[in-house]
Design a protein around this ligand. Sequence first.
Ligand code: ZN
Length: 208
Amino acid sequence: MKIICIGRNYDAHIRELNNETPEEPVIFIKPDTALLRNNNPFFIPDFSNEIHHEVELVVKIKKPGRHIPVKFAKDYYDEVSLGIDFTARDVQNRLKAKGLPWEKAKGFDHSAVIANFLPLSVLSEGNNHGIDDCHFHLEKNGEIVQQGHTKHMIHRVDEIISHVSAYFGLRIGDYIFTGTPEGVGPVRPGDQLKGVLAGQTMFDFSVR
Ligand code: ZN
């Protein structure tokens, strides 16, 4: 199992970090040791003073594939979830300034929170209209800090799967984080983070 993440996929988030809009999806990978599930608490690592939350839609791959055309990408997933791509922003800024890889800032232990998966059909309920037109948000201590709408993705889920699979063979059970909307910010010990996708609470856990 691998965890594939897409960076810089929402314009407003690119602007808040003063990044450039990429011509093709920015990809990085977290190891399986990054997983954090079942509402277990997140412990802030010693090496960072600036851990940011990035709430993201997550899809789970259900069959193996490589070089998948966009029009067939839908055959490769039927479950979705919500996750947090925890980022050591101070470490990332130091690495970016030197043009170095981001792994220490992005792939550390428990940096990939993933809630339980739901069938894709939940994204067509209420005021949601499928994976390319659905709402999600993150609450920190009861206050909404990030709100996402997948119609604002620069690269849609099917394009992401197609692009990723040209470089990395996909296997059953791989996860893809699809990028964060604006509103990223720091977490501190004692914070409570709750994620909501299409009106359903997906995760609710504490930071320590
Ligand atoms: Zn992210």
